[in-house]
Ligand binder design. Structure first.
Ligand code: ZN
Length: 439
């Protein structure tokens, strides 16, 4: 039980906003109002719980034990004691659920917050908590929403689910001890090379807060970008793998190539369009059912997103843009298909996307009645260059298999210009003796 609580604290510490500060989105006045209500409900519940002396005493004892174990997270532990007391009668959960009911699509961060709150209120076996964490995991951009992913993974592990926790999610000094229930962090197969991140409590739900955000002092915003102070050369400070990794993406793709017999096929399905402007790119979140097969092994399509110009270069030359289709196997292995977009005729698929994309950073939108089939963005031929690489955004996790298709797809000059990010491409990385294969 103690470990479960520790893990929930971690989840809370990492998601931070889950319970308290889920109002990071710019200008979300409505949510601010809801938060005030939630806080008031919280305070009321705290008062009620104060009467239950025994419960408080037990909670205190638990917290004392935890404090010794979790010294670096003491701030959060104290916060949790208050939260726990407030959760006891379920009023806060009921309030939050009522507030969320009016919203059609919850962001990944809110899903995590809801999961954490449910778990605190209803216990670790609550299936709806697991469902919320699962949904958050599914919705999260693997590249730039590390904290949300961590919180969801930790939440699921705390609920007794078999889930691999990325090494980057563990606080400093922590061994991969979350695998009590039989799962080891290195089982994911894609994070064992990533050094444990120094977990100085960057309790941001989404990394979208600006440095000036009013947060408790031990928390600070993790933010990164594509130029200046937050540019790719500085990513390594917060995310060590970006600097120290030896199998980083993207690459300048040039020969000699090694012939491979690997066969990749795509089976993408039409589904409701869900898009997010996460401040780094335009990303389309895909409902389950679309997949690729790599030598017969299915990898589910999670999301696809765009970079301008293309991150990959072919013989030193970039293209106008690239689409990255991000997939994950049942084993947790990541595979990215890169489709290079070359300036030419208008692309009808992109026209649909651009018509519906949010120009400003904010939560996921899902325009009513609009469906999209990701296959619209694929070329007919599936000849590729392939190599072992990494996420091209922090935390730059390695163990990602890349397939860069040789056949390009057209995009109109005007469409490139309409993409709201002028430059969101990481520079090419060292090959470090890696093989580039071709079929
Ligand atoms: Zn990408």
């Amino acid at each position: 039980m103690k470990r479960t609580i520790v893990e929930v604290i971690l989840a809370l510490a990492l998601v931070g906003a889950g319970v308290f500060g889920w109002t990071n989105w710019k200008g979300n006045q409505k949510a601010t109002g809801q938060l005030t209500e939630l806080k008031a409900a919280s305070e009321e519940a705290t008062k009620a719980a104060a009467d239950k002396e025994a419960a408080v005493k037990a909670a205190e004892e638990e917290m004392t034990a935890l404090r010794a174990e979790m010294a670096p997270l003491e701030g959060q532990a104290q916060q949790l004691a208050a939260v726990k007391a407030a959760m006891a009668n379920g009023a806060t959960l009921a309030d939050l659920e009522a507030a969320y009911k009016t919203q059609k699509n919850l962001s990944a961060e809110r899903q995590v917050g809801l999961g954490a709150l449910r778990m605190l209120t209803k216990g670790a076996e609550d299936p709806a908590a697991m469902e919320a964490f699962r949904k958050a995991l599914q919705m999260s951009d693997l590249g730039d929403r590390k904290n949300t992913i961590c919180a969801a993974q930790i939440g699921l592990a705390a609920a007794g689910e078999k889930v691999a926790i990325m090494a980057d999610c563990l606080p400093k000094g922590a061994k991969a001890a979350h695998g009590e229930k039989g799962d080891k962090a290195d089982k994911s197969g894609h994070d064992d090379k990533a050094p444990a991140k120094d977990g100085h409590g960057d309790a941001k739900a989404d990394g979208h807060g600006k440095p000036g955000d009013k947060k408790s002092p031990e928390k600070h915003a993790v933010h990164w970008g594509y130029d200046g102070e937050m540019g790719p050369e500085r990513w390594g400070k917060e995310f060590p793998t970006c600097l120290k990794g030896k199998s980083q993406s993207p690459l300048d793709i040039r020969g000699p190539f090694v012939k491979t017999r690997t066969v990749v096929t795509a089976d993408y399905k039409e589904g409701p369009l869900k898009m997010i402007n996460n401040g780094h790119t335009i990303q389309v979140n895909v409902t389950p059912g679309s997949k690729i097969r790599i030598d017969g092994v299915p990898h589910e399509l999670l999301q696809f997103h765009f970079h301008r110009p293309s991150e990959e270069k072919i013989d030193g030359k970039p293209m106008a843009m690239v689409v990255h289709f991000v997939h994950k196997s049942a084993e947790g292995k990541l595979a990215v298909i890169g489709v290079l977009l070359k300036e030419g005729n208008e692309n009808p698929g992109i026209k649909t996307l651009w018509t519906n994309m949010p120009l400003e950073e904010g939560p996921e939108v899902s325009p009513e009645g609009v469906n999209f089939n990701p296959a619209n963005l694929l070329p007919r031929e599936f000849d590729f260059y392939s190599y072992e690489g990494s996420l091209t955004t922090p935390p730059c996790t390695e163990g990602v298999r890349f397939f860069i298709l040789k056949t390009t797809v057209n995009v109109a000059k005007e469409q490139v210009a309409a993409f709201p990010f002028k430059r969101n491409a990481r520079p090419v990385q060292e090959l470090n003796g890696r093989e580039i294969t071709t079929n």
